[in-house]
Design a protein around this ligand. Structure first.
Ligand SMILES: Cc1cc2nc3c(=O)[nH]c(=O)nc-3n(C[C@H](O)[C@H](O)[C@H](O)COP(=O)(O)O)c2cc1C
Length: 206
């Protein structure tokens, strides 16, 4: 089945529900890309959204390394990607690596919620990108040791995801049947009954 970029976006958008911000249903992780450039202004906005996430003790443990296509950080992030991810992510004009400081800055004590907080900030980033008409794709599939070495990330920072950021493009341009099929399949989620409990294992019935 050959779908256009707009048709894919409609297919990937979850059904709306009154009172739920539409962007939650509209964000999805594309693999196809358009050649449209990402502006510095747009990039600033996605990080502005990320920095207003909540965090344990307001530590804001997240740090983001951002690479623009062709610069040395972009090249290093592209290089550390697992091959299966690089096949499509190498087209991204922006590659970001999120990391989290695992020590509280005031006391040096362990911050066990650092990665949790980075996840929240990363979510804000992806939602703001969607709001701006862009798409993001987070990836855990990369060589973590190589990332530390190549990007000089200190030990006390935990590694989060690599985030590809771009404007979604035509799925056919992916040029690989498996990727095109993934790109043109509707998203699924567990029902609330399976994830919200009133007691352990007992659905809250919402
Ligand atoms: C922590 C994390 C790691 C992920 N790693 C990868 C990855 O290595 N490769 C990939 O293709 N997608 C990866 N994804 C994307 C997920 O597969 C995707 O978010 C999930 O299937 C739900 O789809 P959606 O984001 O379009 O709603 C990752 C997402 C997250 C949050």
């Amino acid at each position: 089945m050959s779908l256009t970029a707009n048709e894919v976006h409609a297919l990937k958008t979850a059904p709306p529900l009154e009172g739920v911000l539409p962007i939650f249903h509209q964000r999805w992780s594309a693999r196809s890309f358009s050649k449209r450039d990402v502006s510095a202004e747009a990039l600033r906005k996605v990080f502005e959204a990320a920095r207003w996430a909540a965090s344990s003790s307001n530590e804001q443990p997240w740090r983001f390394l951002v690479g623009w296509r062709g610069d040395s950080t972009w090249l290093k992030i592209n290089e550390i990607l697992a091959g299966t991810n690089r096949t499509w992510a190498h087209r991204a004009p922006v590659l970001i690596l999120g990391v989290a400081h695992t020590r509280f800055s005031k006391t040096g004590a362990e911050n066990r919620y650092a990665l949790f907080d980075l996840g929240a900030a990363s979510s804000y980033l992806t939602l703001e990108a969607a709001e701006l008409g862009m798409t993001t794709h987070q990836m855990a599939g990369y060589d973590r040791e190589a990332a530390r070495n190549a990007l000089g990330i200190p030990e006390e920072y935990s590694l989060g995801t690599v985030i590809a950021l771009w404007y979604q493009g035509e799925p056919a341009a992916l040029g690989n049947a498996t990727l095109i099929e993934r790109e043109t399949t509707a998203r699924t989620r567990k029902p609330l009954d399976e994830i919200v409990f009133s007691e352990w294992g007992v659905t809250a019935g919402l």
